[in-house]
Design a protein around this ligand. Sequence first.
Ligand SMILES: *[C@@H]1O[C@H](CO)[C@@H](O)[C@H](O)[C@H]1NC(C)=O
Ligand SMILES: *[C@@H]1O[C@H](CO)[C@@H](O)[C@H](O)[C@H]1NC(C)=O
Ligand SMILES: *[C@@H]1O[C@H](CO)[C@@H](O)[C@H](O)[C@H]1NC(C)=O
Ligand SMILES: *[C@@H]1O[C@H](CO)[C@@H](O)[C@H](O)[C@H]1NC(C)=O
Ligand SMILES: *[C@@H]1O[C@H](CO)[C@@H](O)[C@H](O)[C@H]1NC(C)=O
Length: 599
Amino acid sequence: MRLTQVLAASLCASGAVQAVAVNPLPAPTSITWGTSGPRAFNGRNLALNGAPNHVVSDAWDRAYSAITSLHWVPQATEAPIATYAVFPTGTAAKRRGTTTLNSITVQVADSKAPLQHGVDESYTINVPSTGQVITITANTTWGALHAFTTLQQLVISDNDGGLMIEQPVSISDAPMYPYRGIMIDTGRNFITLPKIYEQIDGMALSKLNVLHWHLDDSQSWPVQMASYPSMTKDAYSANEIYTTNNLKDVLNYATARGVRVIPEVDMPGHASSGWKQIDPSIVACADSWWSNDNWPLHTAVEPNPGQLEILNPKTYTAVQKVYSELSGIFTDNFFHVGGDELQTGCYNLSTITTEWFAANASRTYNDLLQHWVDNAVPIFANSSGNPNRQLMMWEDIAISTPHANTVPKNIILQTWNNGPTNIKTLTEAGYQVIVSSSDWFYLDCGFGGWVSNDPRYDVQVNPDAVDGNPNFNWGGNGGSWCAPYKTWQRIYDYDFASNLTSTEASRVLGVEAPLWSEQSDDTTISSKMWPRAAALAELSWSGNKGPNGKSRVTLLTQRILNFREYLVANGVAAAPLMPKYCLQHPHACDLYYDQGAVA
Ligand SMILES: *[C@@H]1O[C@H](CO)[C@@H](O)[C@H](O)[C@H]1NC(C)=O
Ligand SMILES: *[C@@H]1O[C@H](CO)[C@@H](O)[C@H](O)[C@H]1NC(C)=O
Ligand SMILES: *[C@@H]1O[C@H](CO)[C@@H](O)[C@H](O)[C@H]1NC(C)=O
Ligand SMILES: *[C@@H]1O[C@H](CO)[C@@H](O)[C@H](O)[C@H]1NC(C)=O
Ligand SMILES: *[C@@H]1O[C@H](CO)[C@@H](O)[C@H](O)[C@H]1NC(C)=O
C-alpha cells in the first residue's frame, strides 16, 4: 500500500521530466521538456546580441569544444526502477530530425556587471521544437556562462556521428544562494597550478562560484612576497612557490569561468612559517614541542606550533604589509583573515604576553584577542585598499574559547562547529554566515589520524580488553578528529537553515566545503573533492527538495553518478561512488526499494 502510494507520488512529482532523460547537474530550478522528439545539433555559431564579450565567446568555445570532442552519452535516466531509458533514445532517423539547431543567440543585459558577491547569475535557455536557433538570455556575463555549462550537458551523441538534444526544452534558472564554495589549503601540502585549475573546471561545470584559498598555514608559506622576499624561505621548496604572476593566472582562469577567488591568510593563530622569517619576535612558541602528550604544556592543535605575537607592535607592521600586498593582487571584495583556534598554551612561552597578564590579574585571553581585533581589523578594513572590502573570519573569533569580546557585526563569520546550533547562535546575534559545518561539509574527514608514534593503534584485541569499548581503530574514529567520512548523501541532506527565522535565514549567504590538506596534495585532491562537491553545488543552487517538499536525494543518485563520469571525461579526476553496474541500472543499488524511504 505504502509502496504504491510512494511510487505514484514520485512519478507525479517529476511530471513532465519523465519523458526525458538527460538531466544536468545541478538540477535547474525550472526545466520543462517538450515531447515532439529529438533535435539534431550543430550549434557552432554563436551570435552575441550586444557588445562583443570575450568572456562569453571564450566560454562558448570551451563548451562547444567539450561537446564536439566528447560526443557525450550519459548512461541512463533517473526514472524509477525498471522504467529507465538508455541514451540516445528514439530511432536513428528520428534522432536526426528534419531541421538542425545550428546557432545560438545570447542576450546579455548588462555585460559589465563585475564578478562579485551577489551578482545576478540567472539565465534562460530555450531549445525550440521548430527552427534552428537556441536562445539564451542572462542579465550578466556570469549567468550566460552557467547557461553554457547546462547546455553542454544536454547535447549528446546521436550514436550516428552526429549530435542531438533529446527533446525541446525550456529552462529558467537561478541560484538559491549567492555564495557556493569549496576551500583548498596550500599551507599543509602544496598544490600545483594545473591541479588548482582542475578544481576550478569542476566548479564551473557544477556552478560553484567561490574558491576559498587558504594560502598558508604554520607549516609552510608558499606565496612569493615583494614586501618580504624572505617569507618563502619557509616554502617547502623553490618549486613549491606561487609567484605573483601565478596568483594572477589562477585569478584569471577562475574569473573566465565565473569563479571568484577569496584568499585567506590565517592570523593570529596558524601562523609561523614565513612570519618568523620577517622577524622571529612576531611569532610566539614557534618550533616548540606541540605537546599533545602533556596537555598542560600543549601549544598547538597540530604540529608545528606558532601564533602571531598579539602584543608586539612589530606584528602589525608585518601584517599591514603582507595584507596590503595580497589585497592589491586579489580582486574579490571578500578577504578572509582567519581568526580560528587560538591556543592559549602557546603564549605561556611568550614573555611579552605573560608579563601583560602579570601586570593586571583581571586580564583574560578574551582581552588578548580583543587587542588583536582592535589593532588588526582597522588594517584589514583600510578603505584606501579596497573601498568595498568585506572581511571574513572563522566563527572562533566571536564564539570559541577564547574569543574576542566584541567582533564587528559587518564581519562575515564562517561557521564550522556544532552544526545548526552555531548557525542559529551567529545569525541570531546578527552576523552574516557561510555554513561549513564540519560534521556535514568537511571533505578531509574519515581518512584516519596522521600523527605518528601513536600507541592507540597498537591494540591486539577487539573489543578493547581494558575498558571493553571498541578500540581506537576498529569501532572508534580511526584517529580522524572529524570522522567519519562525509558521503555525498550526508552533504546533500543537510538542512542547515531549517530552524532559522526568516531574518536569520537571510543572513546565511551560502555554503562552503573545506578540504584541509594534511593528507591531500596533487595526487588526491580531485578524488576527495569530487564528485562530493557537486552534491554541495546542487544543495546550494536549487536545494535538496522537490516541489512537493520531499527530499530528492534518491533522484540525485543517477544525476551525480552521470556527472561523475562527465567530470572525469572533462579531466577532473573524480572518485567513483559505486560499481558502474549501479550507474547502468538506476536504483538497482538503492538500500530501500521504496523510493520514498528518505522523507
Ligand atoms: C534578470 O533581471 C530581471 C529583473 O530583475 C528578472 O526579472 C529576470 O528574471 C532576470 N533573469 C533573466 C535571465 O533575465
Ligand atoms: C599555561 O600557564 C598557565 C599559568 O601558569 C597554566 O595554568 C596552564 O596550565 C599552562 N598551559 C596551558 C596549555 O594553558
Ligand atoms: C585590567 O584589566 C581589566 C580587564 O581587561 C580592565 O578592565 C582594567 O581596566 C585593567 N586595569 C588596568 C589598571 O589597566
Ligand atoms: C592604509 O593603506 C594606506 C595605503 O596603502 C597606507 O599608507 C596606510 O598606512 C594604511 N592604514 C592602515 C591603518 O593600515
Ligand atoms: C530544530 O529545533 C528543534 C526544537 O528545538 C530540534 O528538535 C531540532 O533538532 C532542530 N533541528 C535542527 C536541524 O537544528
